[in-house]
Design a protein around this ligand. Structure first.
Ligand code: AMP
Ligand code: ZN
Length: 430
């Protein structure tokens, strides 16, 4: 199913022509109408007339999240010529937030992209979407809300948390689709299991849109099994309108990036040089349709790869692999490079474990992986637990090349998360 078949299946040469036209317009505009890009172009000697083909994108300087913070609040804003109707911020971990402005056209376009995304997974007017993402300064919930309304289905703006009430809404209004973070989905799966709710019999759920933080294929399968839904991976970031930048279609083989809206590049995060299609690196995005606050060559820090070749669904917009983490997520433990996602993948594949875990780094350089047992495996038999513990330790060691200390903890004893989960606590004295 298509929302806008013509644009979603536009032949590549035409799509690329459209991209070039939009890129040139965007570059000219930011050069003359933003304080930040005017200065940056002057410093780097870049001239907008240098963009003659899409390959010339590489002549443009990168924009980083530090640039957004340093030019807070409005250094990247186009001065005038549009109605500003929304502000979002993205806080990250330190310092000033990033301020993101949206014009009426920008909000409309973001909603349009979400309508495309939901339609391509088979959602339609008859569906009821319970939006369990955080409403507020974070773009996650509001953009999906507007897109779903544009599509014309009923949205329940429940926000995250209060699982009791979520379940009641699902039962009373026959919710067919949900939008939430993977960590809350795992928590909610536990919650309904404890209530003795069988989602296949007692609920009308069909689809779950899961994003806002990295998760693994194993986690997808766990959520699908526990909630009786098809899980679709959705990716976005506030700097690029929030969710709806890339989304899985019904084939569930990678996430289509709406290339009429965004130019994507994959670069080596160390050198900044492009890597060939299919190879892993950092995603860099350029907005092509944003009116109030275009951003050029934005270093997302997200690690992924472009999937070469066409998708069975017929869309011509290329796909990204599941995000495996952020380049700034990488932990260095006793000299080895470790991504939290590697640990999650192992934990989610071992039967007998619950759905919550925490990675603690302590002392001189010690890694402790705390993982909840499932209710079923918490049978009080010590030999059983010792065996499970050594099995996990061995599997983790083989994957990350460091031997962590594994602690099995009681079901429900680790902090539960409703929004973005905090999976790593680093208290090392290095
Ligand atoms: P925010 O700007 O607060 O919406 O956060 C955006 C960031 O969330 C992205 O840069 C990614 O690091 C992360 N993110 C969002 N969606 C996904 C996803 N589906 N998989 C992995 N990471 C994601
Ligand atoms: Zn597809």
């Amino acid at each position: 199913m298509f929302w806008d078949q013509e644009i979603e299946t536009l032949p590549r040469p035409e799509l690329e022509q459209l991209q070039l036209k939009r890129l040139r317009k965007t570059v000219r505009k930011v050069a003359s109408e933003t304080v930040f890009y005017r200065q940056k172009f002057a410093e780097t000697g870049f001239k907008p007339s240098a963009i003659k083909s899409l390959a010339d994108l590489r002549r443009l300087p990168f924009t980083t999240s530090a640039d957004l913070r340093a030019n807070y609040p409005d250094g990247l804003l186009i001065k005038g010529g549009h109605d500003l109707i929304r502000l979002h911020t993205s806080s990250g971990t330190t310092g000033k937030p990033k301020a993101l402005f949206f014009s009426r056209k920008d909000i409309d376009q973001a909603a349009e992209n979400i309508a495309r995304c939901l339609t391509m997974t088979g959602l339609g007017k008859q569906d009821i979407l319970q939006n369990m993402m955080t409403y507020g300064l974070f773009t996650g919930a509001l953009m999906v809300h507007y897109g779903a309304e544009k599509l014309g289905l009923m949205v329940i703006p429940s926000g995250p948390g209060n699982s009791e009430k979520q379940l009641l809404l699902m039962q009373d209004f026959r919710t067919t689709a949900i939008h939430l973070t993977p960590s809350y989905a795992l928590y909610f799966a536990d919650f309904i299991e404890k209530r003795g709710v069988d989602p296949r019999k007692d609920l009308a759920l069909r689809k779950a849109y899961i994003g806002a933080e990295p998760y693994t294929e194993e986690t997808r399968r766990k959520i699908e099994a526990a909630l009786g839904v098809e899980v679709y991976n959705c990716y976005g970031l506030s700097e690029m309108n929030g969710p709806g930048v890339a989304f899985e279609c019904d084939a569930k083989q990678g996430m289509h990036v709406w290339e009429d809206n965004y130019l994507m590049e994959i670069i080596d995060p160390q050198t900044g040089e492009p890597v060939p299609d299919g190879q892993t690196g950092e995603l860099v995005l350029t907005s092509l349709c944003r009116e109030a606050m275009p951003i050029l060559r934005y270093r997302t820090r997200d690690i992924t790869a472009i999937i070469p070749g066409p998708c069975p669904c017929g869309r011509t917009h290329r796909r990204l692999q599941r995000i495996t983490g952020r380049s700034d997520d990488m932990l260095i433990v006793r000299g080895a490079n470790v991504y939290p996602q590697q640990i999650e993948r192992i934990l989610m594949s071992i039967p007998g474990l619950g759905r919550n875990y925490l990675i603690c780094l302590e002392g001189l350089d010690e890694m402790i992986v705390k993982v909840e047992l499932s209710d079923a495996s918490f049978d009080g038999q010590v030999e059983h637990l010792v065996k499970l513990q050594s099995q996990i330790t061995e599997k983790l060691r083989a994957e990350i090349l460091v031997r962590p200390k594994v602690e099995l903890v009681m079901p429900g004893s680790l902090p539960a998360s409703e929004g973005k989960a905090k999976r790593v606590i680093d208290k090392r004295i290095l």
